[in-house]
Design a protein around this ligand. Structure first.
Ligand code: HEM
Length: 346
């Protein structure tokens, strides 16, 4: 990171940046902070949000061996939380969606901004764990009470009701199959929580919650769940396809509901499946109550000042000091699809 103590220096940097990138500030401190979480994953000024997600098999709630042996996955938990917050949307009534109504305590002032964090956690889990790069639009508004709409698909929910839940949230059958397959490329179903789906034999000293993984790559956002399901290899689609208790096989009922046509189409996309997921999950996280206006996607700033202050020096001159984050881009295109390396020298 470079430290500058005069506005003159900043202006000379400005002149090297194309005019469209000359804006040095985001419209609000909240958006600037969300950009910090999204972009500053490593380096001197890291937000450390990403270190909770990566490595993508990480479980942040427990440390050391206990966490490693928990069989739980933080990246996957972000996505599941997002799904549960989203699925009670009623798009025709304009209610629900990503508003963090899932967590009542969000009414507390100290948790303000949770709705954007639910979406951001999903974007970052996807982006950092192998998915196609998803843009992030800020501007969600936290709910102050539970949503009026209830009902989240559970493993024992029948197909008709499951599809009604998705339809209510604006997702048809093809979308519902796609979004579920996308979510179920990460993580596991746990005996602790779902003993009716995953039997006790999964609980071992190195898997203390008895996680049964959806595919052979629990910590990678990849298309493996599709091939393993269709070809009967690896995890064969996972615990909600292969459960010893057929009532709990909700993924099987959903995937088979159009005779596997959607699963085959998704599989034929190869890594293009990741783009489909970015699109579907993008729709889910951008489903917000009527009246909530999301901002444009956060564009990454190559030069971003932070910790800036105005002071008067001993001669009474006004000085601007602070730090400037400089990113070296793989390509000079501003956007979430780019790869940026952060470097810093003091
Ligand atoms: C019919 C629809 C669905 C049903 C019945 C369902 C059910 C479940 C269940 C029972 C679990 C196990 C949770 C645990 O043991 O901790 C699970 C895990 C998970 N679900 Fe779903 N799900 C559905 C759709 C989705 C969708 C649409 C997404 C997101 C896009 C999603 C994302 C996840 C993720 C990432 C996990 C792993 C969580 C972890 O490892 O902690 N699910 N799901």
């Amino acid at each position: 990171m470079l430290l500058f103590d005069s506005i003159t220096f900043s202006l000379s940097i400005l002149s090297t940046v194309p005019i469209t990138r000359a804006a040095f500030y985001y419209p609000t401190p909240a958006i600037s902070f969300l950009e910090h979480i999204l972009v500053d994953n490593w380096g001197a000024y890291a937000s450390n949000f990403s270190s909770a997600i990566t490595p993508c098999t990480n479980y942040v709630s427990q440390t050391g061996t206990t966490g490693l042996n928990s069989g739980r996955t933080t990246a996957a938990q972000w996505m599941r939380v997002m799904f549960h917050d989203f699925i009670t949307a009623n798009v025709s009534a304009g209610t629900g969606g990503i508003d963090a109504s899932i967590g009542f305590e969000t009414a507390r002032e100290e948790n303000k901004g949770m709705a954007d964090l639910v979406a951001l956690g999903t974007v970052m889990s996807n982006n950092l764990c192998g998915g196609a790069q998803m843009p992030f639009r800020p501007g969600r508004v936290d709910a102050f009470e539970a949503g009026k709409t209830t009902g989240v698909p559970a493993p024992e929910t029948d197909l008709e009701e499951t599809l009604l839940f998705f339809e209510r949230a604006g997702f048809d059958k093809v979308d519902a199959i796609g979004l579920t397959a996308c979510g179920h490329t990460l993580g596991s179903v746990h005996h602790g929580g779902f003993p009716e789906a995953v039997d006790e034999s999964f609980v071992t000293p190195s898997n203390t919650n008895g996680g049964s993984n959806f595919d052979t790559t629990r910590g990678v956002f990849d298309p493996n769940v599709l091939g393993e399901y269709l070809n009967g290899t690896g995890k064969k689609g996972g615990p909600l396809v292969m459960s010893y208790n057929d009532t709990m096989n909700s993924d099987k009922r959903l995937y088979e509901s159009d005779k596997n046509a959607t699963m085959r189409t998704l599989f034929a996309q190869g890594v293009g499946f990741l783009d489909t997921c970015a699109e579907l999950m993008g729709r889910a996280i951008n489903t917000v109550p009527a009246g909530v206006q999301l901002s444009e996607s956060i564009a990454i700033m190559p030069f971003k000042p932070f910790n800036t202050t105005f002071d008067f020096d001993q001669d009474g001159r006004l000085t601007l000091s602070g730090k400037i984050r400089i990113l070296t881009p793989a390509a000079w295109h501003v956007g979430a699809e780019d790869e940026w390396d952060e470097y810093g020298t003091e």
